[in-house]
Write a protein that binds this ligand. Structure first.
Ligand SMILES: Nc1ncnc2c1ncn2[C@@H]1O[C@H](COP(=O)(O)OP(=O)(O)O)[C@@H](O)[C@H]1O
Ligand SMILES: *[C@@H]1O[C@H](CO)[C@@H](O)[C@H](O)[C@H]1NC(C)=O
Ligand SMILES: *[C@@H]1O[C@H](CO)[C@@H](O)[C@H](O)[C@H]1NC(C)=O
Ligand SMILES: [Mg+2]
Length: 595
C-alpha cells in the first residue's frame, strides 16, 4: 500500500521532471536564427568596449541585447546599432542572415577585412553606415540588390577597386558617401549615381567621372572589368578573381603612367629644358620681403636678388604645400625657401597675420621661420635649412642610420616641439599635419617639427584640403576624418602614428598593412589583442632596449586610442617619455646593454 503510493509518487515526480526538462530544452537551445547570426558576428569581433557583455546564447531571442532592436511582432532584428563601440575585428558573413535588417550602423570602430558580399542578402536595408573603419577590398557587387537603400556611407575606410555599376539600380538612394578611400576608375554615370556630387567622392585620388569633373581615360580603365561577374560562382571565388583583375588593371595603369612619365622626362631633358630654364620665381611687380625678428643679416634687396637666381636645380623637395628650394647666401649660410602658390586674395590679410604669429615662435625643437616674401604669384617662406633632411627620407631610405637611441631621441624631440605648440604658445597652435616628412633632422639627427600652422592657413582653399589629406592619410585621427575638426587630440593621434612609424620603419599605410586590410594602427591593435605588440619593431633597428620599447609602446597605444578623451596631452606624453621611456628602471638587462 505505502509501497504502491511511493511508486506512484515517484512516477508523478518523474513525469513532472521530464515535463520540466522537455519544456526547458526548447527555451534553452533554440535561440532564433537571428540570434545565432549575431553570436557569430560577435565571435568575429576581437575587442569592444563591453557592449557584447549581455549577448547570451541562453536568451530566447536577441531582442533585449544592447544595440539590437527587433520588430515587435515578428521578433526579427531590424536595427543593429554598434557605432563607436571600439569594435576591433572583421564583419562576419553571417550578418547576411539578418535579412529583415533595416538599419545597420557599425561606423566609427576599428573593423578591418572586407565588406562581406552577403550583406547583399539584407534586402530590406534602408540605412547602411560603415564609415570610419579600416575596411578594405572592394565595394561588393551584391550591394546592387539592396533596393530599399536610402543611405550608404562607407567613407573613411581603405576600400579599393571600382565602384560597382550595380549600384545604379538603387533608385531610393538619397545619401551616398564613398569619400576617403582608395577607390579607382570611373564612377558609373548611369542610374541613381548621376545625381551625387563631388562631396560624395572626396579624397579618392584615382576616381574619374562627370560627378567630379575628371575625364576618364578609357584606354586605361578597361571597361569590361566591372561587368557583372558570372553567376553561380562561390562568393569567394568571385571576389578573388575580381580583385585579381582590378589589381592587374591597376598595375597596368601604373606601368602606363610610369612609362608616360619616363617618356615625358626624356623629351623634356632632350628638347625642353633650354627653353624653360630661367628664374623659377616671378618677382616682377612688387615683391616685398617681410622679416621677423630681424635675425636675417641681409637686406631685402640681397634676398630678392638671390631669389631671382633660383631655378629647378635648387629644388630640395616638393610636397603638399608647394616646392622647397635651397637658398645659399653669399656668406655661406643656407636657408630653405618654401614656395606656396598664391592663395585667395581674400585670405591675404589673414595670411600675413598668421605668418606673423608663426614667425614669432622660436623653440629648440621647431623649425625656425625666418621671414616671408610676397610675390605676385606666390608666397615664399624662408626657413632655417636642416641638413639632415626629413625623418621620412631617413627612416625609409637610410634607416641603418637610425639605431634605437637615435629613434628615441627623435621621438623625444618631436614630442617636445609639439608639446610647446600645444601648451606654451599663445595662442595655442594645433599642428594639423604631423607626419614623418614634417619632422626634419639637423646634422646631429636632432628632430625639429616643421610646417606647424600651415595646414590651417591653407585649408580654406579647396584644392589644398585634398592634398593635405592625401599625404597625411594614415596619420589622421578617426574623428578628424569624420568631422574635419582638428584639435590638440587629433595631433596627439598623429604623433602616436608617427611613433609607430619610427618603431616599425614602415609607413602608416604600408602595403603590407593594406593587404591585411589594416593600417598601422589596425595592425597594432591586432598585435595587442594577441599580446604580440613587441613584434611591431623594425628588425633592422639595432640596440633595442626591451623596457623602453614596452614603455614607448604603451605611450603610443594611448595616443592612437580611437576615443580622443583617452589620449594623453602632449605635456603628459613628454613626461611619460622622460620618466618611463628614456630612463626605464635600471635592471641587469639595461646595464649590460647601455653604452
Ligand atoms: N627647412 C628645411 N630644410 C631642409 N629640407 C626641407 C626643409 N623644409 C622642407 N624640406 C624638404 O622638402 C620636402 C618637401 O617639404 P614640404 O613642402 O613641407 O612637403 P611635405 O612636408 O609634405 O613633404 C620635405 O620632405 C623635406 O625633405
Ligand atoms: C546570401 O548571399 C550569398 C552570396 O552573396 C548566397 O550564396 C547565399 O545563398 C545567400 N543566402 C541567402 C539565405 O539568401
Ligand atoms: C562624405 O564624407 C566626407 C568625409 O567624412 C565628408 O567630408 C563629406 O562632407 C561627406 N559627404 C556627404 C555628401 O555627406
Ligand atoms: Mg613639410
Amino acid at each position: 500500500m505505502s509501497m504502491g503510493f511511493f511508486l506512484m509518487k515517484l512516477q508523478t515526480q518523474l513525469f513532472f521532471s521530464i515535463l520540466l526538462v522537455l519544456s526547458m530544452v526548447p527555451i534553452n537551445s533554440a535561440i532564433t536564427s537571428d540570434g545565432e547570426a549575431l553570436l557569430s558576428f560577435k565571435t568575429a569581433i576581437g575587442g569592444s568596449d563591453g557592449i557584447f557583455l549581455h549577448w547570451r546564447q541562453e536568451d530566447p531571442d536577441p531582442c533585449n541585447w544592447k544595440g539590437v532592436t527587433c520588430d515587435s511582432h515578428t521578433k526579427r532584428v531590424i536595427y543593429l546599432s554598434l557605432a563607436y563601440h571600439k569594435l576591433i575585428g572583421s564583419i562576419s558573413a553571417e550578418i547576411g542572415k539578418l535579412n529583415h535588417l533595416k538599419r545597420l550602423a557599425l561606423n566609427g570602430n576599428s573593423l578591418y577585412g572586407t565588406v562581406p558580399p552577403e550583406l547583399g542578402n539584407c534586402t530590406e536595408l534602408q540605412y547602411l553606415y560603415l564609415q570610419g573603419n579600416y575596411l578594405s577590398g572592394s565595394i561588393p557587387w551584391e550591394f546592387g540588390s539592396l533596393l530599399e537603400l536610402e543611405t550608404l556611407d562607407i567613407s573613411s575606410n581603405t576600400l579599393s577597386g571600382f565602384i560597382p555599376t550595380s549600384l545604379d539600380k538603387l533608385t531610393k538612394l538619397k545619401s551616398f558617401n564613398v569619400s576617403m578611400n582608395f577607390l579607382t576608375g570611373p564612377i558609373p554615370s548611369v542610374g541613381v549615381l548621376i545625381k551625387f556630387t563631388e562631396t560624395s567622392f572626396i579624397g579618392n585620388h584615382e576616381l574619374c567621372g562627370e560627378q567630379i569633373d575628371v575625364v576618364c581615360k578609357d584606354e586605361v580603365w578597361l571597361p569590361s572589368v566591372d561587368s557583372q561577374p558570372s553567376l553561380g560562382n562561390k562568393g569567394y571565388r568571385k571576389n578573388s578573381t575580381r580583385f585579381l583583375i582590378s589589381a592587374v588593371a591597376t598595375l597596368c595603369a601604373l606601368l602606363f603612367v610610369a612609362l608616360m612619365c619616363y617618356w615625358g622626362c626624356f623629351l623634356y631633358k632632350k628638347f625642353g629644358k633650354g627653353d624653360i630654364r630661367g628664374p623659377a620665381m616671378d618677382l616682377s611687380g612688387g615683391a616685398s620681403i617681410v622679416m621677423f625678428h630681424g635675425d636675417l643679416p641681409y637686406s631685402s634687396k640681397d634676398i630678392l636678388r638671390k631669389l631671382e637666381t633660383l631655378n629647378d636645380e635648387n629644388i630640395i623637395g616638393t610636397g603638399g604645400f608647394g616646392t622647397v628650394y635651397g637658398l645659399a647666401m653669399d656668406d655661406g649660410n643656407v636657408f630653405a625657401l618654401k614656395r606656396i602658390m598664391k592663395t585667395n586674395e581674400g585670405l591675404e590679410r589673414f595670411f600675413d597675420q598668421e605668418l606673423e604669429i608663426l614667425g614669432s615662435i622660436k623653440h629648440r625643437y621647431l623649425v625656425n621661420l625666418r621671414g616671408y616674401c610676397n610675390s605676385p604669384s606666390s608666397k615664399l617662406l624662408i626657413y632655417d635649412y636642416l641638413p639632415g633632411g626629413s625623418l621620412d627620407e631617413v627612416l625609409h631610405e637610410r634607416s641603418e642610420q637610425l639605431d634605437w637611441n637615435a629613434r628615441l631621441n627623435i621621438i623625444m624631440g618631436a614630442a617636445k616641439g609639439l608639446a610647446y605648440l600645444h601648451h606654451d604658445c599663445s595662442p595655442r597652435i594645433i599642428h594639423r599635419d604631423i607626419k614623418s616628412s614634417n619632422i626634419l633632422l639637423d646634422g646631429n639627427l636632432e628632430a625639429r617639427v616643421s610646417d606647424f600652422g600651415l595646414a590651417k592657413l591653407l585649408e580654406d582653399e579647396e584644392s589644398h584640403i585634398t592634398t593635405i589629406v592625401a599625404g597625411t592619410f594614415g596619420y589622421l585621427a578617426p574623428e578628424y576624418m569624420q568631422s574635419g575638426r582638428a584639435t590638440e587630440k587629433t595631433d596627439v593621434y598623429s604623433f602616436g602614428v608617427l611613433v609607430l612609424e619610427v618603431l616599425s620603419g614602415k609607413r602608416p599605410t604600408d602595403s603590407s598593412f593594406i593587404e591585411k586590410g589594416l593600417n598601422i594602427v589596425g595592425w597594432l591593435n591586432f598585435l595587442v589583442l594577441e599580446d604580440r605588440q613587441r613584434e611591431i619593431i623594425d628588425s633592422h633597428c639595432e640596440g633595442v632596449q626591451i623596457e623602453s620599447l614596452d614603455a614607448l609602446l604603451s605611450v603610443a597605444i594611448q595616443c592612437v586610442s580611437s576615443a580622443a578623451e583617452e589620449r594623453p596631452t602632449m605635456h603628459r606624453v613628454v613626461q611619460l617619455l622622460e620618466s618611463e621611456v628614456m630612463a626605464p628602471c635600471p635592471s641587469d638587462f639595461y646595464d649590460s646593454n647601455s653604452d
